[in-house]
Design a protein. Structure first.
Length: 727
């Protein structure tokens, strides 16, 4: 966390530093108001975020009813972040998420970072148009619409009280800014202990019970352990008191133990699970949270044996809670999705990772296309249900389409549940449970993700929340990937239209060309080349580089290339072709410059006339293998001076001579002098064995890419005056 000193907020308001005493008094009153907000709204936990001194981020200041470390991902939150606390301030409105699946769908990052069954409200702390921070409140989640929760009016009243307090403090000249570290308020005991005798009587009662009992505070520390519980856990009462089970008991170090505890604290709902104490003793755990901590009942059981059922509670855990290991796998996939490029990458990543993380036998991705569902890919076992879904309209009752219409996922623990919901579903003997996740990005449907299991699978509330949250990340990745694929196809089409499809075949010449863009995922750039047949005995070759690496540079490149090509075909000399292209570019005034190298090759006289407009000079390799960088008289870049002229240089071309024209992207490397880089290309050309130009071009490009990172477009044009025995 980035610590913000108290005087940071004072500097923001142009006031003097606040005294330590005033600061402590202000924070005490802020704490009291948070406790009052939690109590008056009837929620079980709350937090206050304060605006940082730069006005661009929120800092977690204090929590009540929940350890501050549970909110560690949001110790510092940028106002542009897609999390409820930031959105409430950014949009100056109450963000209300009464259903856990709604939280998972709208804020997948938040749901994955805190993957439990809870509801939350984020209220902006305002006075007029001035924002001070956010009040965040938590209460038990329920998937039932209209389930009991705090009154929105009471939530907003609590946030207004906080706003008036912070405004009043600021009016004194000492605004209250975020502290150096977030704090957790101490929890008062749920019940007052009237006498020591009553406490002893309660302890005696607990000790006489056949099960073990213990109590943990909000930091996860044992505050009470019965002798039976200590024996079942494999410890002693003195050693356990004040410790955390996942730290003091070696067999409880699996992250799943802490996850069960966190689920109870955050959701405030009873939970249960079974675990084996090595080597073979199975224990059943029942967790009962309230405002003061978590009570735990421990009893011997057997593998796969259900523990004594907890009291019926709306929204109680179903199936096995998700483990931290699964959450970490999801986080790993989320990071991998951020690097996925095309649709195929997304399909591969999602399928491979989800099959491992959730032990699914099949994973499929479907996308919306022209009002219908289309299967993008499926991994694992063949799914007959996809045959019904592929091509189905978005209005279809098929689950893969319906979840998009409702925006809510659908989970079926058995095939019978699926068949009741969707009678046309074809029965598949090796598939028994299904999850259909809507993929929605930026408020519009992108597609669906389908998971299928080879045995009945009870999806816990936590697992449903994480899968729903993860669907949001898949949707964003899939939308980016489809945009990438569309853009790539468009770029490739545009590039093909701007560069020559092929080079003309001319007797006496062996030619090859290569082009590579520098921008990953763009496949388009500003480099250009061409070879034009002037008549039966002459050709014009030219290569150039327009400033920039985008569509605008490519479009300008196309205009320059066609201009130079037209002058070449009309028989212009190198100087004339460059002069006319220069004047044309000056007239266009695109705000960009271009370099160009032009060579007129006479096949009868075996000579070449060259002129350059600020372009790197060509490299010449003679038949005996000697190479040199040709010293041409320089001319100005195209597009600077309409009156610029371009001196010409004439050179002989004996049979077997190779002329290499290239753009600076082939040779430039960070920290390398350009002259040295061109000399390196000449040396590489000298070492190359005699071979067709096509293979030589590939070898030169591969060498350039291996030796250093390339940050510019690359174009290469090789021309060899052939001999009778040339390869």
């Amino acid at each position: 966390m980035c610590a913000i000193p108290d005087d940071g907020a004072a500097q923001l308001h142009g006031t003097r530093r606040r005294s330590p005493t005033a600061t402590s008094v202000g924070r005490a009153e802020l704490d009291r108001l948070l406790e009052s907000a939690v109590r008056d709204t009837g929620v079980h936990a709350g937090a206050v975020f304060l605006l940082a001194s730069d006005g661009q981020a929120l800092r977690l200041e204090v929590t009540a009813g929940m350890p501050v470390e549970y909110l560690a991902p949001w110790f510092g939150v940028g106002l542009s972040s897609p999390v409820p606390a930031a959105e409430a301030v950014r949009e100056r409105r109450l963000v209300w998420l009464g259903r856990p699946q709604e939280l998972a769908r709208r804020y997948p990052r938040t749901a994955i970072a805190l993957p439990y069954h809870y509801a939350v409200a984020a209220a902006p702390i305002l006075t007029g148009t001035t924002a001070w921070g956010t009040l965040l409140l938590f209460w038990p989640g329920s998937d039932i619409a209209g389930a009991a929760g705090p009154s929105p009016e009471r939530v907003m009243a609590a946030s207004r009280r906080l706003g008036r307090f912070l405004q009043g403090v600021a009016d004194t000249g000492h605004p209250l800014g975020p502290g150096p570290l977030p704090r957790t308020l101490a929890q008062p005991p749920a019940h007052e202990r009237t006498t020591a005798e009553a406490a002893l009587a309660a302890a005696g009662l607990v000790e006489r019970l056949p099960e073990g009992t213990c109590s943990l505070d909000f930091q996860g520390r044992f505050t009470y352990v019965s002798a039976t519980a200590a024996e079942l856990l494999g410890g002693t009462v003195p050693d356990l008191i004040g410790s955390r089970p996942w730290q003091s008991l070696s067999w409880c170090t699996d992250p799943a133990f802490e996850d069960r505890y966190r689920a109870a604290v955050v959701s405030r709902q009873p939970g249960s699970f079974t675990a084996m104490r090595p080597p073979d003793r199975w224990l059943a755990f029942e967790l009962y949270p309230d405002a003061s901590g978590v009570s735990v009942r421990i009893s011997p059981t057997g593998p796969g044996t259900a523990s004594r059922a907890a009291p019926a509670v709306t929204g109680a855990l179903r199936g096995e809670p998700i483990s931290l290991g699964e959450v970490y796998q999801v986080l790993h996939l989320a990071a991998a999705l951020s690097e996925a490029v095309g649709v195929d990458d997304v399909v591969d990543l999602v399928s491979d990772e989800l099959m491992v993380a959730y032990r699914a036998q099949s994973v499929a991705l479907l996308a919306t296309e022209d009002g219908r569902m289309r299967v993008l890919g499926c991994r694992g076992r063949r799914l007959r249900l996809l045959e019904v879904s592929d091509g189905a309209p978005l209005t279809s009752p098929a689950p893969a389409a319906r979840v998009l219409a409702t925006g809510m996922p659908a989970f079926f623990a058995t095939f019978d549940e699926l068949a009741r919901d969707y009678p046309p579903a074809p029965r598949q003997e090796d598939m028994h449970a299904w999850a259909f996740l809507p993929l929605i990005a930026s408020g519009h449907p992108v597609g669906s993700c389908v998971l299928a299991f080879d045995r009945p699978h009870a999806f816990s509330d936590n697992q449903r929340a994480v899968l729903t949250a993860f669907a949001g990340l898949i949707a964003q990745a899939l939308e980016r990937a489809r945009l990438y694929d569309t853009r790539t196809k468009l770029a490739q089409t545009l590039q093909a239209a701007l560069l020559p499809d092929s080079l003309p075949e001319l007797p006496g010449l062996d030619v090859a060309a290569r082009y590579l863009p520098s921008v990953r995922g763009m496949d388009i750039g500003g480099d250009f080349f061409d070879l034009v047949r002037v008549d039966d005995t002459a050709v014009a070759a030219f290569i150039g580089d327009v400033e920039g690496h985008n569509v605008a540079a490519a479009a300008l490149m196309g205009r320059i290339r066609y201009s130079v090509r037209a002058h070449a075909a009309g028989g212009a000399t190198p100087a004339q072709a460059l002069e006319q292209a220069n004047r044309r570019l000056v007239e266009l005034d695109p705000g960009r410059f271009a370099s160009c190298l032009y060579a007129h090759i006479d096949l009868v006289r075996r000579r070449a006339v060259l002129a350059t407009a600020g372009h790197p000079p060509p490299v010449l390799r003679r038949p005996d293998g000697r190479t040199e960088v040709l010293p041409l008289q320089p001319g100005l870049l195209l597009g600077i001076d309409p009156e610029a002229d371009y001196p010409c240089t004439e050179i002989p071309l004996t049979p077997g001579t190779v002329l290499a024209l290239y753009t600076d992207g082939l040779v430039e490397a960070a920290g390398v002098d350009l002259d040295d880089a061109m000399a390196g290309l000449a040396a590489q050309l000298a070492r190359a064995r005699p071979q067709p130009m096509d293979k030589l071009a590939t070898a030169l490009i591969d060498h350039a890419r291996r030796t250093a990172p390339r940050t510019d477009d690359i174009a290469l044009l090789l021309i060899m005056l052939a001999t009778a025995g040339s390869p």
